[in-house]
Design a protein around this ligand. Structure first.
Ligand code: SF4
Length: 374
């Protein structure tokens, strides 16, 4: 990722992916659907003179519409789905006392790292697909009948903060009967290039909102883009019956911030729950060693390969004053969370109706079998 400023082939990669986007946009038989990851909305603006952390999501949606996308949705919707599935999985394992700690699965660079370096840990990684893949498979299922009726083919284009998401979308287990869950992945930087290529004056665009039904998301789904976000979402769900300030105390004191390894220890129904949040592969290595030696012990571990989480992914605009930019971007996401009318993932009525409708009993669309991927 970070090599793009010095790597001469970087430009070619950018061009190739964007060419694929233009190709499907110009094909009348294709329904081109975008999903935008949370971290993109607090960083893309930097390419057009906005400050780090400034929220430009309305302009991003407007730009994608001008480029010719048929539907523009929010990957935070996929994150809401993931939170529900992952906290269910966690609660089950917690009750059984088996397969712990449960590691998160939303960062493909971490999953790959574990497969290569800690194959014995792979069985402890959540079976949940990442928000990108969960949402991709739900979108393909949602448009299946409509596509047939209209003689179209749905193409899912993700806009992601990192190139690891390209490798994830290309993995074998995310294709069923010749249909990929996510067809094209472009990074935040590539989208900036696409917007410039289209001659759009980004700064001047009137803001637009996401399309429905997948544009309605919770604050929990949005903060997925920062380190600690997945854990916050799971805590919000675990402590849903506790007063608001208890949950907020844990978030602000233990889960937010840029420390290398953070931990939150609290009580649910008289039982102590131990959660850890780690970001940056160097710190991940250290934490796993401490878990293996018994020095630390947890029930749940959130892992993000990039320092700070997806907000500083390798596909984001390059940052020079790393720390400030990271916190500004994270604060942008927390601001969106505060402004959001739906706080927790399970309060998202559209996710609930999807789970009761086309996704009912479709475990296959939402999970992968990690053990067989070893
Ligand atoms: Fe990609 Fe980094 Fe986010 Fe992992 S933490 S999904 S590598 S941006």
């Amino acid at each position: 990722g970070q090599c793009r400023t010095v790597c001469p082939t970087g430009a070619i990669v950018i061009k190739n992916e964007n060419d694929k986007v233009w190709e499907v946009i110009h094909d009348e038989k294709k329904r081109v659907v975008a999903q935008i990851a949370p971290a993109v909305r607090v960083a893309l603006g930097e390419e057009f003179g906005f400050k780090p952390g400034e929220i430009t999501i309305g302009k991003i949606v407007a730009a994608l519409k001008r480029i010719g996308f048929d539907e523009v949705y929010d990957t935070s919707f996929g994150a809401d789905m993931t939170v529900i599935e992952e906290s269910n999985e966690f609660m089950e394992k917690f009750k059984e006392g088996k397969g712990l700690p449960l590691f998160t699965s939303c960062c493909p660079a971490w999953v790959k790292f574990a497969e290569n370096k800690y194959p014995d840990m792979v069985g402890n990684i959540s079976t949940c697909k990442s928000p990108q893949q969960m949402f991709g498979s739900a979108l393909k299922e949602y448009f299946k009948d409509k596509d047939k009726r209209e003689g179209k083919e749905t193409v899912v284009v993700s806009i992601m903060p990192c190139t690891a998401k390209k490798a994830e979308a290309a993995r074998e287990e995310f294709e069923h009967d010749g249909i990929r869950e996510v067809d094209i992945v472009i990074t935040t930087q590539e989208l900036a290039f696409l917007i410039k290529e289209a001659g759009i004056m980004f700064e001047k665009l009137e803001e637009e909102s996401f399309d429905m039904p997948f544009g309605l998301v919770s604050g929990s789904g949005v903060i997925f883009g920062s380190t600690g976000g997945v854990t916050e979402a799971v805590i919000t769900r675990l402590l849903k019956d506790k007063p608001d300030h208890t949950t907020k105390d844990i978030m602000f004191k233990d889960v937010r911030g840029m420390e290398n390894i953070k931990e939150a220890i609290f009580d649910v129904g008289g039982i102590e729950v131990r959660l850890a949040v780690v970001h940056g592969l160097k710190n991940v290595n250290e934490l796993i060693k401490q878990i293996e030696s018994g020095e630390r012990s947890y029930h749940f571990v959130e892992v993000m390969a990039c320092p700070g989480g997806c907000i500083s992914g390798g596909g984001q605009p390059v940052v020079y004053k790393e720390k400030d930019v990271r916190s500004s971007r994270a604060n942008g996401l927390y601001k969106l969370d505060r402004m959001s009318q739906i706080k927790s993932s399970e309060e998202n009525p559209l996710v609930a109706s999807l789970f009761e409708g086309i996704l009912k009993d479709r475990h296959d669309l939402l999970h992968v079998d990690r053990k067989s991927n070893k």
